[in-house]
Write a protein that binds this ligand. Structure first.
Ligand code: IMP
Ligand code: MG
Length: 180
């Protein structure tokens, strides 16, 4: 299959670094000397988490969870399934859920309910990107990197058919192969 994909930079690596630094500072202040566990949603949030954890001046550990949503890459079916759970108990702990994109809100709503049932001391949510106009399920988040328009983006962990996760900038996919 020939892929005619054009990428246009939406957010540069310098802009990302500045925002991630600011979010790290806010988390450090908000949790006032208490330990936190960052919980990254695989795979998209892995790079965001890797940078964020190094900007937090607290005792910090991290873990990952994985979910799969039925539907194709661009269309959410509304049904979410847990594929990989956390390795440790979250009871009584300060948890920061780290996600790449808040889109329809269905994934984060599912995860929020799942994690609250584990009775953490506090659950906060950090998302790098927020596509406000796409929301189906409202969900309150504590830290947002950037609000973005309704465009499909890749880079800095985010993929298009598993590609482009390694781009340093966040880019808009301007054209895609037929049928995707
Ligand atoms: P939602 O909020 O439940 O619709 O799901 C958000 C998830 O959809 C994110 O974690 C991403 O994995 C994926 N997603 C949404 N928009 C994009 C995009 O523009 N590029 C890459 N992944 C996306
Ligand atoms: Mg994701």
């Amino acid at each position: 299959m020939t892929q005619q994909v054009t990428l246009r930079t939406l957010i540069s690596k310098e802009q990302i670094a500045e925002r991630v630094g600011a979010i790290g500072q806010s988390i450090s202040q908000d949790f006032a000397s208490e330990p936190v566990i960052l919980l990254g949603v695989l795979k998209g949030a892995a790079i965001f988490l890797a940078d964020l954890t190094r900007q937090i001046a607290l005792e910090t550990t991290f873990d990952f969870i994985s979910v799969s949503s039925y539907g194709n890459q661009k269309q959410h079916s509304g049904e979410v399934r847990l594929v990989k759970d956390v390795d440790e108990s979250l009871e009584g702990r300060n948890v920061v859920l780290v996600e790449d994109i808040l889109d329809t809100g269905l994934t984060l709503t599912y995860l929020k309910n799942l994690l609250l049932a584990r009775r953490p001391k506090r659950l906060a949510i950090a998302v790098l990107l927020d596509k406000t106009s796409r929301r189906i399920q409202p969900v309150a988040v504590d830290y947002i990197g950037f609000g973005i328009p309704d465009e499909f983006v890749v880079g800095y962990g985010m993929d298009f058919a598993e590609r482009y996760r390694n781009l340093q900038d966040i880019c808009i996919v301007e054209s895609s192969p037929e049928g995707v």
